[in-house]
Design a protein around this ligand. Structure first.
Ligand SMILES: [Zn+2]
Length: 420
């Protein structure tokens, strides 16, 4: 067996089904797609078993099966397949979540979750519903930033199926690719199919991003305003999919490998990013660096067309603190400052307010798990001057605390109290 075409085809079929799962589909269509995904996904191994010819292939199969497939998360796929093929269709539930980020003069950020069962609402009706709920919130702010999220859940187990499926897809692909390598597959059509599979996996990442929308609510007009968004994650094992938890060993990174203390990491982080900002015509994507206790780190950069994206990122990263062994979080972000005389600017929506900014700053922050914090803040009108930059790094500059990072402080605090 020097060809895995039938196996790759099954894998491709499963990806095609799950890619068609959409928040705007009817429930019946979505259930059919999920059912079909589970059938095709588990058929991969049935088909592979049928094609095993030599004793050597059988040994490789058994070895890789125990390495990749005999664990609880992969067994879940077998269970679901058996259920949907013999008992009943997948019990799909669509969850609709609205997270609101309330800021008072860029302070006090609250995150609130509302869930609505909305089987039969179209997107306009959903937006009207959100606007109505928001109009009941008492605020002196000109606008409210929010994120609208859809999740597909397994009704009985409350499992986010996209998260589980993403991991299952990665594991199954690793399994097939290693088998492919071990039997020295040299089929050209297999290569073609692999290319198609890579595209489908890319598409799947993009699909999952479509389920999250950042927007703002204009209090005066009682209107939701939408923007574009894009996430970029670094350090992926293949360029083909976005992977937001990838940890890079510090010793493998040219910028950080000679650093011993968090202070030195922070300094290197600044020294690496200031020239980038200058080179990119005074622009940088907001970037988070997360440090873990096992001497690894992960990077998350993103485009923010809207402050809601920044608030969402901060909250997502803050939540990781509870589950992961995070020891410090660094962040670089552009920030605007306003003259104190312009006191009514905070009544204006952000898009209006930025016209009154008197100074643009580039702010670096490090928050450690013990809540020790350091900020280095550059006046961007002087940042092209290397002497100024070095002076600020050495002696500190304008004092500025990034209040948008408040959720991170709060959760470090909660975690500390839990551990004491
Ligand atoms: Zn082939």
């Amino acid at each position: 067996m020097k060809c895995l075409c039938p196996i790759y085809q099954k894998f491709y079929n499963s990806l095609k089904s799950i890619n068609e799962l959409k928040a705007t589909n009817s429930f019946f269509d979505n259930i059919a797609l999920v059912d079909n995904f589970f059938l095709e996904f588990r058929n991969i191994t049935f088909v592979l078993q049928k094609h095993l010819q030599t004793e050597e292939e059988k040994i490789v199969y058994r070895e890789l099966k125990s390495k990749y497939l005999e664990n609880d998360s992969m067994k879940w796929f077998v269970e679901k397949r058996n259920e949907v093929s013999k008992e009943k269709s997948f019990e799909l539930k669509k969850k609709f979540i609205v997270d609101i980020y309330c800021i008072k003069n860029e302070k006090n950020i609250i995150s609130e979750t509302i869930t609505i069962e909305n089987d039969d609402l179209n997107s306009k009706q959903i937006n009207d519903k959100i606007a109505k709920i928001l109009s009941n919130i008492e605020t002196s702010e000109p606008e409210i930033f929010l994120t609208i999220k859809y999740e597909f859940l397994n009704n009985t187990e409350e499992i986010d199926i996209h998260k589980t499926i993403k991991n299952g897809i990665n594991t199954m692909y690793d399994f097939i690719l290693e088998f492919d390598k071990k039997i020295k597959n040299d089929c050209k059509i297999c290569d073609k199919l692999k290319g198609q599979i890579d595209n489908k996996i890319k598409e799947y990442s993009a699909r999952r991003m479509e389920l999250v929308t950042d927007c703002s609510y204009n209090v005066k007009n009682n209107k939701l305003e939408f923007y574009d968004k894009a996430d970029i994650y670094y350090g992926n094992k293949s360029d083909n999919f976005f992977y937001d938890g990838y940890r890079i060993p510090i010793k493998d990174n040219p910028i950080f490998k000679s650093c011993d203390t968090l202070d030195e990491f922070f300094k290197s982080f600044i020294i690496a990013h200031v020239p980038l900002y200058v080179m990119q015509q005074h622009h940088i994507m907001p970037t988070f660096l997360i440090f873990y206790s096992d001497e690894t780190f992960s990077i998350n950069s993103y485009f923010a067309f809207n402050k809601a994206t920044h608030y969402r990122k901060v909250n997502e990263i803050a939540k990781k603190i509870m589950t992961d062994d995070i020891i410090a979080i660094m962040c670089v972000n552009e920030s605007l400052s306003y003259s104190a005389r312009n006191e009514n600017i905070y009544d204006k929506p952000y898009k209006e307010r930025i016209k009154y900014a008197t100074k643009e700053m580039l702010v670096f922050t490090i928050i450690q798990d013990n809540l020790k914090e350091k900020n280095i803040c550059f006046d961007t009108s002087k940042i092209d001057d290397l002497k100024y930059v070095m002076d600020i790094i050495k002696n500190g500059g304008i004092q500025f605390v990034d209040m948008t990072l408040q959720p991170i402080r709060e959760i470090f605090n909660v975690k500390n109290q839990k551990n004491n």
